[in-house]
Design a protein around this ligand. Structure first.
Ligand code: AHM
Ligand code: MG
Length: 341
């Protein structure tokens, strides 16, 4: 049981951020405030998610997003929560979201700040109605000096991110954050309403015997991925001489969170059905923030050919193949791409 003294010894997200700012001078005050607002919005989204069938937000909204995907009511509600929380604080120039075709410039009635925020308000939408973990993913960029907050301002490689993170709404609600100085995880204390630092400086082991991929697409994969996954499935009898285990939650946030905790490799490859729209995941608000987090935890993230963080985006909702997690496995599947193509 928590006693008053054990509670006061805890490091909350607020304390952690202030310490980063004070002791390491690596966190400007406006970025700290922005992160706090995002975390507060995630708390609100988590609350709405937790209501389930008792709330009024389960089910589909009867609309599609820009990618032609059916929107759930909670997708839309989560998007609104993030927009409303962040529009008036004075830290942002513009926002972009999976759920909006165009960017959202900060309205003229509010002061404008120096940052750009992108997010997937509720990742893992297919899991919303069935009570499986879902989450929010976000990425923060600096608005280039003197540039109007246009779509072009967002076309920066992931290596330019100044902060990224995600929340998972699962058995526990957690908030994972990097500002480029390692990765830390905060667990929501529901009684006190605060994010408490529970996992410091998270590290992904370089080796793993666990992988995550939607195997129902296997007949559409290109040869490097076929070869890599076949070898894993051959287990002890195959060239890898070891048995591998498979996990697929269909929520990237939850799969990445497992990998951050115990290693693994996550793959959403390009496939032959959609050569002009490679992969399913979006670069700016899914692949980039996750790649930043994974690299900060000692892992690797590529699109099969190059580091995800080096890709210069050409459009807001562009898709990208994703291989991320334990470094030695990501290096191997990336090597297969260069050997076979
Ligand atoms: P979403 O942002 O619309 O929820 O889609 C992204 C999700 C990822 O979280 C997950 O890894 C993937 O889609 C699951 O895809 P699949 O339906 O092929 O299992
Ligand atoms: Mg998503």
């Amino acid at each position: 049981m928590s006693t008053p003294s054990s509670i006061s010894r805890r490091t909350t997200l607020t304390k952690y951020l202030i310490e980063q700012q004070r002791e390491h001078q690596n966190l400007p005050a406006d970025l700290r405030l922005l992160i706090e607002v995002i975390a507060r919005a995630c708390k609100q989204i988590g609350y709405q998610v937790s209501k389930g069938a008792l709330g009024e937000a389960l089910g589909t909204a009867g609309s599609e997003n820009v990618q032609g995907e059916v929107q759930k009511k909670l997708d839309i509600l989560s998007n609104e929560i993030l927009l409303e929380a962040n529009e008036w604080g004075g830290n942002l120039a513009a926002m972009a979201s999976e759920e909006m075709e165009k960017i959202f410039p900060i309205p003229n009635r509010y002061p404008k700040g120096n940052y750009l925020l992108t997010f997937d308000p509720l990742d893992g939408s297919s899991n919303i109605d069935v009570n499986v973990s879902i989450g929010t993913i976000f990425s923060v960029l600096r608005c280039p000096d003197g540039m109007e907050p246009s779509e072009q301002a967002f076309m920066q490689p992931g290596s330019a991110q100044v902060a990224a993170g995600y929340a998972v709404y699962g058995p526990q609600t957690v908030f994972v954050l990097t500002t480029g100085y390692g990765v830390n995880c905060f667990t929501l204390d529901r009684e006190l309403g605060s994010w408490v630092l529970t996992h410091s400086n998270m590290q992904i082991p370089a080796d793993t015997r666990e992988y995550a991929i939607n195997a129902s697409n296997s007949r559409h994969w290109y040869e490097p991925v076929q070869k890599y996954v076949n070898e894993l499935n051959e287990g002890k009898d195959g060239p890898r001489k070891d048995d591998f285990n498979m996990r697929w939650i269909a929520s990237m946030v939850a799969d990445v969170h497992r990998i951050l905790n115990r290693g693994g490799v996550f793959m959403y490859p390009a496939d032959k059905r959609t050569p002009d729209r490679p992969g399913k995941l979006r670069l700016l608000y899914e692949a980039n923030p996750m790649a930043f987090i994974v690299e900060q935890a000692g892992g690797a993230a590529t699109d099969g050919e190059q580091r995800i963080l080096d890709i210069v985006p050409t459009n807001l909702h562009q898709r990208v193949p994703v291989f991320l997690g334990s470094k030695n496995e990501v290096d191997r599947v990336t090597r297969y791409h260069s050997e076979i193509n």
